[in-house]
Design a protein around this ligand. Structure first.
Ligand SMILES: [Zn+2]
Length: 561
């Protein structure tokens, strides 16, 4: 055997061994238009998955090498494949509950509001409350706040406490007020308002901290109710291509329900849980730090509230509301005094927990940036990935600080086209120009993480991308965009909704793009959102949702798996 033949034989052997040692993929998606959100390879045709991870991304030919006899193949027919959507701000359990609750969000007048609550009251079991609802009186004619007199006649002794869609106000009937012990003599708590009529009697409407008495009166959900709500929410998420969610202020009992579903192999979305900072000691004691857990369920973040909302006129501003000269909003009760919040944040930071702070008004945001600065001074530098949730109305002077502190703007573009209907009337043109300022944030080098705030807004990511790209308000009055200079491109919006949110939960190495080695979370869309008229993005449907290489939604069968 001469030397050349030996070399050829050796070469053959190694080639055969390589072919044998490379396992076949479990799943191949071929013939797709893939937008990877990976800057090293923005576009591809095919992807191979082994187990729960991506093993190859490339041309149809590249990926074909991974096909084996047991490989499941999805022919995408040239359609758009994106990384799964990661919703950076949801209220998942209440969203799941809301799918079974009375629906009040699309109501357009007080009579219909009362009628739907009355219908629900006929169906509930004895002792059960009617909650949820997500009403929005700005959609009504006339747009007046509802009162208990409206619903008392149709609800009798069924207790009702239905929430405004922004979660910062609720309406109770007389039965519920009685159970919560709220009377004409009840003082307004710090950070809250009991709305009263001209005689000082409660109208049933309760704002922010005034709702706490009601939350105490409502019996907690049972474990079974939580499991049921979580399953409903998971199926809903799968059908919309939402493969990860970051849940703000869950109850510990909610996390227990997710843990049970995880053990049963039924979690079809990955969850990151941020319980309230009022309970910071619990997580701090465990010594777990941020993003602790496995790929499907993690904890290690805390959620704080700095103020209320624009809709309820409780967002905290430097200057009064333009249409209410004596009111510049309210700091949340955890901010009375501000040192209380500082202490809790210091505890969180010492425990290496991530801090996610709801702040909407410009002064609320400014105060939180002050606190973040103090913490950094006290504890030195580390990769904190601080977040401000909503970051809705920015003071011009604060964009630079936001960037210097590496704070992530966790924003919900759908709120922009919703609030944009009436925001300018409340805060004037100048402040409105820095509202949901996506573009200005990017120009300052601030990272965006997109989400929805479901069930405050719909969970559908297509509506969020549509909103960020068009900024066309829901009333149709700004077809070219409300403050159009703040619009994003489709690619920027998709990135904020995938890599941006993955970064915001310390998972950018694990997911957020279609990259070899990452978790195989992907979504196949009915239309190419990069090519269609942006107005049509809101109608685009999800054809398939893949989580960890498993098909969890298939529109052709209409079933969640
Ligand atoms: Zn929220």
């Amino acid at each position: 055997m001469n030397i050349i033949r030996i070399a050829v034989v050796l070469l053959l052997c190694t080639t055969m061994m390589a072919a044998q040692s490379q396992p076949a993929a479990d799943l191949i998606v071929t013939n797709a238009r893939i937008w990877t959100v990976d800057k090293n390879r923005p576009e591809a045709q095919a992807v191979a998955v082994l187990g729960e991870r991506i093993v190859a991304v490339g041309s149809n030919q590249d990926v074909e090498a991974w096909r084996g006899s047991g490989t499941k193949v999805i022919d995408a027919g040239g359609k758009l494949l994106l990384p799964g959507f990661d919703d950076a701000h949801v209220h998942f359990m209440s969203g799941g509950r809301q799918l079974d609750n009375v629906q009040l969000n699309d109501v357009t007048n007080a009579q219909e509001f009362a009628r739907r609550i009355g219908e629900k009251a006929k169906k509930v079991a004895k002792g059960e409350w009617i909650t949820g609802g997500d009403w929005d009186e700005t959609k009504w004619t006339p747009p007046n706040l509802p009162t208990k007199e409206l619903i008392d006649p149709v609800t009798g002794d069924v207790p009702v406490f239905v929430s405004r869609y922004d979660g910062h106000m609720g309406l109770a009937n007389s039965t519920a007020l009685k159970l919560a012990g709220i009377t004409a003599n009840t003082p307004d708590p710090p950070g809250g308002t009991v709305v009263r009529d001209e005689h000082g009697n409660p109208t049933g409407a309760l704002k922010d901290a005034a709702m706490d008495a009601m939350w105490k009166a409502i019996p907690p959900l049972t474990h079974e109710q939580r499991l049921q709500a979580a399953r409903r929410a998971l199926a809903h998420a799968a059908s919309l291509g939402v493969t990860s969610v970051q849940e703000m202020n869950p109850d510990y009992e909610d996390i227990a329900a997710y843990s049970e579903l995880l053990r049963a192999g039924q979690l079809t979305a990955r969850m990151y849980e941020a319980p309230l900072i009022t309970q910071v000691e619990d997580q701090a004691k465990l010594g777990i730090g941020h993003a602790f857990g496995g790929p499907y369920l993690r904890i290690g973040a805390v959620k704080a509230y700095a103020d209320g909302s624009l809709g309820s006129r409780t967002a905290y501003f430097f200057e009064p509301f333009s249409d209410e000269p004596n009111n510049r909003g309210l700091l949340a009760d955890g901010m009375h005094p501000v040192s209380l919040m500082r202490d809790r944040m210091m505890t969180a930071d010492t425990g290496k927990l991530q801090i996610c702070t709801h702040a909407i008004g410009d002064q609320a945001i400014s105060i939180i940036l002050d606190l973040y600065t103090e913490i950094e001074k006290a504890h030195g530098d580390w990769d904190r990935r601080w977040r401000i949730e909503h970051a809705q109305h920015m003071a011009a002077k604060d964009f630079d600080r936001f960037a210097q502190l590496h704070v992530i703007a966790s924003m919900q573009p759908y709120h922009a086209i919703d609030d944009g209907r009436w925001a300018e009337g409340r805060i004037g043109h100048d402040r409105a120009s820095r509202t949901y300022a996506f573009r200005t944030f990017l120009q300052h080098g601030v990272r965006l993480a997109f989400g929805t705030d479901w069930d405050v807004a719909p969970l559908n990511p297509m509506l969020g991308i549509y909103a960020a790209v068009t900024r066309a308000t829901l009333d149709g009055k700004n077809p070219n965009g409300w403050f159009p200079e703040q619009k994003l491109t489709v690619a920027e919006a998709v990135e904020a909704y995938t890599m941006g949110s993955a970064y915001a939960e310390f998972q950018d190495k694990e997911k957020g793009s279609i990259t070899s080695g990452k978790l195989a979370d992907m979504v196949l869309l009915s239309d190419d959102i990069f090519k269609i008229d942006p107005v049509k993005i809101r109608d685009v449907k999800v054809e398939k949702t893949i989580v960890g290489g498993k098909l969890v939604w298939d529109a052709t069968t209409g079933a969640a798996h």
